[in-house]
Ligand binder design. Structure first.
Ligand code: HGY
Ligand code: MN
Ligand code: MN
Length: 414
């Protein structure tokens, strides 16, 4: 179908070069580098014949009209932001594969019944504001005033951040899309696990996307002189935090063999006063729990605090938690999964089903219509790390599976 492996790989490499030079591969949302990446994509979208705009939620969208006026769009894409020192392919593969699909359709004069929208969603990764999936939440009408008031360490609010990337926080209601507003959404992504590589399988059709809940946990102690305060008089917040971290690790490990395992991570920590000669007076941590079982995920933080209550009291510290975000476990749509399997069959590529342990914009876009995800292999499952790697062939297979899937959905969907 005219997918050009070299042209696709060239886009991936070009975007990877837009990185903070001393911290590869970093292109954080709401930064000048991010806008540089966006400018590259916008030029490429235009060159592919797409009508390009930034919507109110800060998503970059390139649109190609279909032959049927009344048809809802088929959405394809992913995200161009990265985690700090993240990878070159997480998100980028999905955006560039979608771009290459649109380009190939334009070159071959493929007429789709549905409009096609190529989307680079804003800030899929947790941003400095503490929120992830900013753009896809906006499309789903789930970017709330409380979220817009979230601040990043330099004091900028998310409301201001949206304007910085070309969005419009005052027009969010009008830009949100309702139920059945899309014909389908399909995203190509690296697996971020090692199943496909170890089994020598080319592709996976995602069955469901794990739920993710995040909390800000604050451990309160008392800042004191680190030399003059005897151990018996200390309320060391960081020691309390260590107890919570250790217990979360144990609780999640105890559930490791479950059919729907729970994973828990304290990935961020800040202490005050944060001085070599001061007892930590406060520790602020971010706890994340992921699970296919929503109730267990939602209750994890309370269960953790309850399990640690006696230990924290003995340490003379307090702990409280505040929910930051909650994304429910999300199944992929049967029609999208079937189209992905059929597309792999058309191309003679091996495929299996797999659940996703990573979160994706597809969770929020599932409120708009049926969603599907195509996974490609990546090296040793490494991701959210500079070592994240894949081959040109794997990227090519993902993109041509996407193009085929779009053709099939275009023919099959209303
Ligand atoms: O955090 C995640 O699961 C994803 O990579 N955004
Ligand atoms: Mn990621
Ligand atoms: Mn991603």
């Amino acid at each position: 179908m005219g997918i050009d492996a070299d042209r696709l790989w060239n886009d991936i490499e070009a975007l990877s070069r837009i990185t903070e030079p001393d911290r590869p591969w970093t292109r954080r949302s709401f930064t000048p580098r991010f806008l540089e990446g966006r400018a590259y994509l916008e030029r490429a979208f235009r060159a592919a014949g797409l009508a390009t705009r930034i919507d109110a939620g800060g998503n970059l969208i390139g649109r190609r009209e279909g032959t049927e006026r009344a048809a809802s769009p088929i959405l394809i894409g992913s995200h161009s932001d990265t985690v700090p020192s993240g990878g070159r392919y997480d998100g980028v593969l999905g955006v560039t594969a979608a771009l290459e699909t649109a380009r190939a359709f334009a070159e071959a004069g493929v007429a789709l019944r549905h409009p096609l929208e190529v989307c680079d969603f804003l800030a899929e990764e947790p941003s400095e504001f503490g929120l992830s999936c900013v753009g896809s939440r906006a499309l789903a009408g789930e970017l709330t005033p409380d979220m817009l008031a979230m601040t990043r360490p330099d004091g900028m609010t998310l409301r201001e951040g949206l304007r910085y990337v070309g969005g419009d926080p005052d027009a969010l209601a009008a830009a949100a899309r309702g139920e059945n507003s899309i014909a389908a959404f399909v995203e190509v992504h690296i697996e971020q696990g090692r199943v496909l590589e170890s089994e020598g399988i080319a592709l996976a059709a995602v069955t469901d996307i794990v739920g993710i809940a995040r909390w800000r946990v604050t451990v309160g102690g008392r800042a004191d002189h680190a030399g003059a305060t005897p151990m018996a008089y200390r309320s060391d917040a960081l020691v309390g935090a260590a107890a919570l971290i250790r217990r979360a690790w144990e609780m999640a490990n105890a559930a490791a063999g479950d059919a729907r395992p729970l994973v828990a991570t304290f990935g961020q920590i800040a202490i005050t006063p944060n001085a070599a000669n001061a007892v930590p007076g406060e520790a602020a941590l971010t706890l994340e729990a992921r699970c296919g079982d929503e109730a267990r995920m939602a209750g994890f933080c309370d269960a953790l605090l309850a399990a640690c209550a006696d230990e924290l009291a003995a340490l003379r510290v307090s702990a409280r938690a505040e929910k930051i975000s909650h994304a429910a476990p999300t199944p992929c749509a049967a029609e999208a999964r079937a189209a992905i399997h059929a597309a792999a069959g058309d191309l003679g590529l091996s495929i299996r089903d797999l659940p996703s342990g990573a979160g994706h914009d597809a969770v929020w876009i599932s409120r708009l219509g049926p969603v599907g995800m195509i996974f490609t292999p990546c090296r040793e499952g490494r991701s959210h790390a500079p070592e994240e790697s894949m081959t040109r062939q794997e990227a090519y297979d993902g993109a041509r599976a996407l193009a085929r899937t779009v053709r099939r959905l275009d023919a099959a969907l209303a």
